[in-house]
Design a protein around this ligand. Structure first.
Ligand code: 0XW
Ligand code: MG
Length: 368
């Protein structure tokens, strides 16, 4: 089975329900990039990569598209049954740019799954559950309003909340954590995510002011060095997110003992192949983690869900998908949807979702 054609598409995804506000930047609109990989047996695989604007992390839309242009032509004629050799082929075409390679890697898994009639979670070693937990992410806001939304989401079935803090006065952050905990205690786990936006001093202050509340501090500061400085001086567990740029950083953070868990992004790490290895590193050290991405439609959501289903549930910190913030679905017949704070794992071959024919218009690039 050889790859004969690749089409690249752009999908606008306006943010629904108001600005998505974080310490490190805000977004109202993102543009997703999709790849359609076609093989000579007629099988088709879809992949997607979508950054959360150009400031959240170094990965950005135009960067992904430039990298895809370097890689794409070199995949034509390649054997599609070995995802590992396709990975090596991508590395031979371009150094780094994991988030662009991730779109192809997801598409290769979809293609293979569809060809052999098995789901992507089966390809990733096998699902441990057919329904995974989702978590809700509350943007930076006014404490009472944030707590009101938290209560509403708990009522809807979410058992884990992520509360954005940072980039504002610390008293507001401390008040937000207390108010959210008043409605969440005994009902939902709470992670407090500063998205790199706090100084070590501010993170220390926040942790001490919230000492009695069992929150997780997600990516409080910008660099690994700052996190290492903070670690051991706070009582709360620390999870890394944006710092996990590649497998090596995860390995380094685990071996340095500075991470109690991770908010993992499938595309930032390089796709499902790389994320699977990180999943297994975390399993070896009994570390909890999520299975998220920064943004994106049904293709990315499905990738997160399939991977999430292969994680031991007691260590699984949920999947974040952008569904609550985007209008509509790529696959209206089989969308990835959150119900009662959970997501059903697609049982159909491949990712189990397929964009409607022609919905993205003309490709922005084609190879083959
Ligand atoms: C909540 N997320 C998974 C979505 C946004 O991209 C930010 C991110 C995070 O955890 O930082
Ligand atoms: Mg985060």
């Amino acid at each position: 089975m050889r790859i004969i054609q690749i089409n690249v598409f752009s999908a606008p995804l306006p943010v629904q329900g108001g600005t998505y506000r974080m310490a490190s930047g805000s977004i109202d609109f993102v543009e997703s990039t999709l790849v359609e990989v076609i093989a000579d047996n007629g099988a088709v695989g879809w992949g997607e990569t979508c950054s959360n604007g150009p400031v959240y992390q170094p990965q950005h839309t135009l960067g992904a598209r430039a990298a895809i242009e370097e890689i794409g032509p070199g995949l034509i004629g390649e054997e599609a049954t070995s995802i590992r050799s396709l990975g090596a082929r991508m590395d031979a075409r371009l150094n780094g740019h994991n988030y662009a390679k991730a779109a192809f890697d997801i598409a290769f898994h979809d293609l293979l799954g569809r060809t052999y009639g098995i789901s992507v979670s089966t390809l990733l070693g096998g699902a441990l559950t057919n329904r995974i937990e989702a978590y809700y992410s509350l943007v930076v806001g006014e404490p009472n309003e944030t707590a009101r939304i938290a209560a509403e989401k708990i009522k809807k079935g979410y058992q884990r909340l992520q509360v954005k803090i940072g980039g504002q006065n610390i008293e507001n952050d401390v008040e937000t954590v207390h108010k959210v905990w008043e409605v969440a205690a005994g009902k939902a786990r709470v992670a407090v995510d500063a998205n790199r936006g706090m100084t070590v001093a501010a993170a220390l202050q926040l942790s001490r002011s919230c000492q009695a509340i069992p929150i997780v501090l997600e990516q409080p500061c910008n660099t690994l060095d700052e996190i290492a400085n903070l670690k051991g001086r706070v009582w709360h567990p620390i999870y890394l997110d944006e710092n996990t740029e590649d497998q090596n950083v995860v390995l380094r953070a685990i071996s340095m003992g500075i991470a109690d868990g991770f908010g993992l992004k499938v595309t930032r790490l390089g796709g499902l192949s790389k994320m699977t290895a990180v999943r297994d590193m975390c399993a070896i050290r009994s570390l909890p983690h999520s299975s998220d991405d920064t943004w994106g439609g049904d293709i990315i959501a499905a990738a997160c869900v399939h991977l999430g289903a292969t994680v031991e549930p007691r260590r699984f910190e949920g999947a974040w998908i952008a569904q609550e913030y985007i209008e509509g679905h790529y696959d209206k017949a089989n969308p990835i949807t959150i119900r009662d704070g959970h997501i059903l794992v697609p049982q159909e071959p491949g990712l189990g979702v397929k964009p409607e024919a022609g919905m993205f218009g003309k490709p922005i690039a084609s190879y083959g």
